[in-house]
Write a protein that binds this ligand. Sequence first.
Ligand code: ZN
Length: 334
Amino acid sequence: MKTTSEFIAVFDAQGIEYRTETDGSLITDCPPCGIENKGTGKAKIFPDGGFTCQRFAGTGAAEHRQEMLSAWNLESAVKPSSFMSETILDGQVTFEIERGERGKQRVTARNCKSVLHVDVFNLSDSSARVKFIKNLNLPEPDALTTSRTLIDLADRFYRVNEAALDDDEDQEPALTTFAVLKDGRIIEETTNGFACYDPVSESTTIEKSVTDEDGTAYKPLINGGRADKIGLFLASGVEEYFAEEQLDADILKFIEKYVDISEQNRAISSKYIRMTYRIDSLNEVPYLHATGNSGNGKSRFTQTIGLLCYRPMFTIDATAVFAPYLHHQLEQTG
Ligand SMILES: [Zn+2]
């Protein structure tokens, strides 16, 4: 049961006209009666929140009341609903819509006995809707009814969830260089934004910001590719390396090009570089340290190897201007 004040809040927000009676009840136009061109229908909302259409009584009154609620968007306004259902074809098929991952919707079609089909897709995508309906194997006229129902549900769903989605945007984004999202995606800051790996499609995209399924927004810790100003060198992107042998060969080639060290040191360094990318799963790590007299190429070595390591930091380049970033950086990456 809704309270009268909930009705008033919803009516005010939607610009719906109503009249307050001396006994505290509200009178307004009944929306489904208006749609059916039986405009004389007046809805009465009692002080205890119960409501009725003064024209409509008897068979179908419960459905009529449900229509009133959904026309007023009342369920959504009181509690943003992530679940909606609609039964069509004389009770043969029921659709259920829930909020799915990444702005998609989970749509379930069931008859009284079993689930006919379930899929997660964007309801506003017409080809995805057609595909879903095809899977139900309904005769032509029923498929048409189904299609209309899905469009209607999509419309209702978006209207109801709009408020909730707007709220998400108001949240302060979390600044980070790396995160594992609740929906399974993994984000890693690069100089161009986040490299975002999606385990479902097994693909990586570059995103300026990312929003998790629970609405948490993430933005790169250091914006505008300024990371190198504090001595933090981020990857510029993500590329497929195809085979580990190829990756090893590419690393060795890079080292050979920029620093003159023995073959053995090259081999050790290349393995060290790859180890740094597994650093989160290791408890202790060895530290690659160059020794020797000054001028023998220690810093050249450190820079060359360091640039290939996972998220290297060259403190030598840190400037006072970016000290706050450095502080953040230390907090975030440990
Ligand atoms: Zn009515």
